[in-house]
Design a protein around this ligand. Structure first.
Ligand code: GTP
Ligand code: ZN
Length: 182
Protein backbone atom coordinates (compact mmCIF):
# COMPACT_ATOMS: atom_id res chain seq x y z
CA UNK A 1 0.00 0.00 0.00
CA UNK A 2 2.90 2.31 0.77
CA UNK A 3 4.08 2.17 -2.86
CA UNK A 4 0.56 2.72 -4.12
CA UNK A 5 0.19 5.89 -2.06
CA UNK A 6 3.62 7.07 -3.23
CA UNK A 7 2.38 6.68 -6.82
CA UNK A 8 -0.93 8.32 -5.95
CA UNK A 9 0.90 11.40 -4.67
CA UNK A 10 2.70 11.64 -8.01
CA UNK A 11 -0.54 11.12 -9.94
CA UNK A 12 -2.29 14.00 -8.15
CA UNK A 13 0.62 16.26 -9.06
CA UNK A 14 2.55 16.23 -5.81
CA UNK A 15 6.22 15.59 -5.12
CA UNK A 16 6.34 12.55 -2.81
CA UNK A 17 9.97 13.36 -1.97
CA UNK A 18 9.32 16.78 -0.47
CA UNK A 19 9.89 17.11 3.26
CA UNK A 20 6.25 17.23 4.39
CA UNK A 21 5.24 14.19 2.34
CA UNK A 22 8.22 11.97 3.13
CA UNK A 23 6.36 9.73 5.56
CA UNK A 24 2.91 10.25 4.11
CA UNK A 25 2.68 7.00 2.07
CA UNK A 26 3.55 5.05 5.23
CA UNK A 27 1.07 7.03 7.37
CA UNK A 28 -1.76 6.69 4.88
CA UNK A 29 -1.12 2.95 4.53
CA UNK A 30 -1.28 2.56 8.33
CA UNK A 31 -4.42 4.67 8.40
CA UNK A 32 -6.13 2.55 5.71
CA UNK A 33 -5.13 -0.61 7.53
CA UNK A 34 -6.96 0.71 10.59
CA UNK A 35 -9.98 1.94 8.63
CA UNK A 36 -10.40 -1.48 6.99
CA UNK A 37 -9.46 -3.71 9.88
CA UNK A 38 -12.98 -5.16 9.90
CA UNK A 39 -11.91 -7.45 7.05
CA UNK A 40 -9.45 -9.13 9.40
CA UNK A 41 -11.87 -9.55 12.30
CA UNK A 42 -13.96 -12.57 13.04
CA UNK A 43 -17.38 -12.24 14.66
CA UNK A 44 -16.79 -15.03 17.21
CA UNK A 45 -13.59 -13.38 18.38
CA UNK A 46 -15.36 -10.03 18.59
CA UNK A 47 -18.21 -11.46 20.68
CA UNK A 48 -15.74 -13.42 22.85
CA UNK A 49 -18.49 -15.66 24.21
CA UNK A 50 -19.78 -12.80 26.39
CA UNK A 51 -23.26 -14.29 26.63
CA UNK A 52 -25.28 -14.13 29.81
CA UNK A 53 -28.49 -15.87 30.71
CA UNK A 54 -31.50 -13.68 29.98
CA UNK A 55 -33.60 -13.17 33.11
CA UNK A 56 -36.53 -11.78 31.20
CA UNK A 57 -37.57 -10.96 27.66
CA UNK A 58 -37.57 -7.20 27.81
CA UNK A 59 -36.17 -4.99 25.13
CA UNK A 60 -32.50 -3.99 25.30
CA UNK A 61 -31.46 -0.81 23.50
CA UNK A 62 -28.12 0.87 22.98
CA UNK A 63 -28.48 4.12 21.12
CA UNK A 64 -26.13 6.75 19.70
CA UNK A 65 -23.25 4.36 18.97
CA UNK A 66 -20.98 6.54 16.89
CA UNK A 67 -19.97 5.17 13.58
CA UNK A 68 -17.27 5.89 11.02
CA UNK A 69 -17.26 3.97 7.79
CA UNK A 70 -16.12 4.36 4.18
CA UNK A 71 -18.53 4.32 1.26
CA UNK A 72 -17.56 1.73 -1.27
CA UNK A 73 -18.27 4.01 -4.22
CA UNK A 74 -15.88 6.84 -3.41
CA UNK A 75 -13.95 5.49 -0.42
CA UNK A 76 -14.93 8.65 1.45
CA UNK A 77 -16.17 8.57 5.04
CA UNK A 78 -19.73 8.38 6.14
CA UNK A 79 -20.23 9.33 9.74
CA UNK A 80 -23.16 8.96 12.04
CA UNK A 81 -24.91 7.07 14.77
CA UNK A 82 -26.26 3.58 15.09
CA UNK A 83 -29.13 2.54 17.36
CA UNK A 84 -29.66 -1.12 18.18
CA UNK A 85 -32.53 -2.79 20.01
CA UNK A 86 -33.25 -6.44 20.52
CA UNK A 87 -35.46 -8.78 22.51
CA UNK A 88 -33.53 -11.76 23.87
CA UNK A 89 -34.78 -15.33 23.76
CA UNK A 90 -32.59 -17.11 26.32
CA UNK A 91 -29.38 -15.06 26.37
CA UNK A 92 -28.17 -11.47 26.26
CA UNK A 93 -24.83 -10.29 24.92
CA UNK A 94 -22.30 -8.09 26.78
CA UNK A 95 -23.36 -4.53 26.08
CA UNK A 96 -19.98 -3.36 24.76
CA UNK A 97 -20.17 -6.08 22.12
CA UNK A 98 -22.97 -4.20 20.37
CA UNK A 99 -20.54 -1.36 19.71
CA UNK A 100 -17.87 -3.86 18.66
CA UNK A 101 -20.25 -5.43 16.14
CA UNK A 102 -20.91 -1.98 14.67
CA UNK A 103 -17.17 -1.28 14.37
CA UNK A 104 -16.34 -4.63 12.83
CA UNK A 105 -18.70 -4.03 9.92
CA UNK A 106 -18.15 -0.26 9.72
CA UNK A 107 -14.40 -0.71 9.26
CA UNK A 108 -14.90 -2.03 5.75
CA UNK A 109 -15.97 -0.51 2.45
CA UNK A 110 -19.71 -0.30 2.83
CA UNK A 111 -23.03 0.96 1.70
CA UNK A 112 -25.17 2.04 4.62
CA UNK A 113 -27.96 -0.42 3.81
CA UNK A 114 -25.65 -3.46 3.95
CA UNK A 115 -23.98 -2.24 7.13
CA UNK A 116 -27.39 -1.94 8.80
CA UNK A 117 -28.38 -5.44 7.70
CA UNK A 118 -25.10 -7.09 8.74
CA UNK A 119 -25.40 -5.70 12.28
CA UNK A 120 -29.00 -6.93 12.58
CA UNK A 121 -28.09 -10.39 11.28
CA UNK A 122 -25.54 -10.94 14.05
CA UNK A 123 -28.17 -10.31 16.73
CA UNK A 124 -30.55 -12.77 15.12
CA UNK A 125 -28.05 -15.46 14.16
CA UNK A 126 -25.44 -15.36 16.93
CA UNK A 127 -27.43 -14.06 19.89
CA UNK A 128 -30.62 -15.84 18.84
CA UNK A 129 -32.76 -12.78 19.51
CA UNK A 130 -36.55 -12.91 19.08
CA UNK A 131 -36.24 -9.75 17.10
CA UNK A 132 -33.91 -6.88 16.37
CA UNK A 133 -34.09 -3.33 15.12
CA UNK A 134 -31.11 -1.41 13.77
CA UNK A 135 -31.31 2.22 12.68
CA UNK A 136 -28.37 4.15 11.26
CA UNK A 137 -28.38 7.90 10.63
CA UNK A 138 -25.33 9.09 8.74
CA UNK A 139 -23.90 11.86 6.63
CA UNK A 140 -21.90 10.90 3.57
CA UNK A 141 -18.88 13.05 2.77
CA UNK A 142 -19.20 12.00 -0.89
CA UNK A 143 -22.47 13.97 -0.90
CA UNK A 144 -21.03 16.87 1.08
CA UNK A 145 -17.53 17.73 -0.12
CA UNK A 146 -18.05 16.68 -3.74
CA UNK A 147 -20.86 15.53 -6.06
CA UNK A 148 -24.20 17.11 -5.12
CA UNK A 149 -22.55 19.07 -2.25
CA UNK A 150 -25.47 18.87 0.17
CA UNK A 151 -24.29 19.69 3.67
CA UNK A 152 -27.38 18.92 5.73
CA UNK A 153 -28.96 15.83 4.29
CA UNK A 154 -28.89 12.66 6.34
CA UNK A 155 -29.37 9.10 5.21
CA UNK A 156 -31.47 6.97 7.53
CA UNK A 157 -31.61 3.21 7.12
CA UNK A 158 -33.42 0.69 9.25
CA UNK A 159 -33.58 -3.07 9.40
CA UNK A 160 -36.29 -4.71 11.49
CA UNK A 161 -36.23 -8.47 11.90
CA UNK A 162 -38.23 -11.04 13.87
CA UNK A 163 -40.77 -9.56 16.29
CA UNK A 164 -39.63 -6.04 15.35
CA UNK A 165 -41.06 -6.78 11.94
CA UNK A 166 -44.18 -8.70 12.94
CA UNK A 167 -45.28 -6.77 16.05
CA UNK A 168 -46.08 -3.14 15.41
CA UNK A 169 -46.11 -2.35 19.18
CA UNK A 170 -42.53 -3.65 19.56
CA UNK A 171 -41.29 -1.65 16.62
CA UNK A 172 -43.06 1.48 17.88
CA UNK A 173 -41.60 1.06 21.38
CA UNK A 174 -38.10 0.81 19.87
CA UNK A 175 -38.52 3.84 17.63
CA UNK A 176 -39.97 5.90 20.48
CA UNK A 177 -37.12 4.98 22.82
CA UNK A 178 -34.41 5.85 20.30
CA UNK A 179 -36.28 9.07 19.54
CA UNK A 180 -36.14 8.78 15.77
CA UNK A 181 -39.19 9.52 13.71
CA UNK A 182 -38.59 6.80 11.15
N1 GTP B 1 -27.57 3.54 -1.54
C1 GTP B 1 -26.37 4.06 -1.19
N2 GTP B 1 -25.74 4.85 -2.04
C2 GTP B 1 -24.55 5.37 -1.67
C3 GTP B 1 -23.96 5.12 -0.43
N3 GTP B 1 -22.79 5.81 -0.37
C4 GTP B 1 -22.67 6.46 -1.55
N4 GTP B 1 -23.73 6.21 -2.34
C5 GTP B 1 -24.10 6.66 -3.71
O1 GTP B 1 -23.50 5.88 -4.72
C6 GTP B 1 -23.79 6.53 -5.94
C7 GTP B 1 -22.73 6.28 -6.99
O2 GTP B 1 -23.22 6.89 -8.16
P1 GTP B 1 -22.42 7.09 -9.53
O3 GTP B 1 -23.29 7.91 -10.45
O4 GTP B 1 -21.92 5.78 -10.00
O5 GTP B 1 -21.14 7.91 -9.05
P2 GTP B 1 -20.89 9.50 -9.09
O6 GTP B 1 -20.93 10.00 -10.49
O7 GTP B 1 -19.63 9.76 -8.32
O8 GTP B 1 -22.17 10.03 -8.31
P3 GTP B 1 -22.45 11.41 -7.57
O9 GTP B 1 -22.13 11.20 -6.11
O10 GTP B 1 -23.94 11.65 -7.78
O11 GTP B 1 -21.58 12.46 -8.17
C8 GTP B 1 -24.00 7.98 -5.58
O12 GTP B 1 -25.36 8.28 -5.81
C9 GTP B 1 -23.69 8.04 -4.07
O13 GTP B 1 -24.44 9.02 -3.41
C10 GTP B 1 -24.66 4.26 0.44
O14 GTP B 1 -24.23 3.95 1.57
N5 GTP B 1 -25.86 3.75 0.03
ZN1 ZN C 1 -19.84 7.63 -1.81
Amino acid sequence: MKNLFYNLLEEIGEDPEREGLKDTPHRVAESYKFLTRGYRQNIDEVLNNAYFEAEDNHMVIVKDIELYSLCEHHMLPFIGKCHIGYIPTDKVIGVSKLARIVDMFARRLQIQERLTNQIANVLMEKVGAQGVGVVIEAQHLCMMMRGVEKQNSKMITSDMQGVFRTQMATRTEFLQLIGTAV
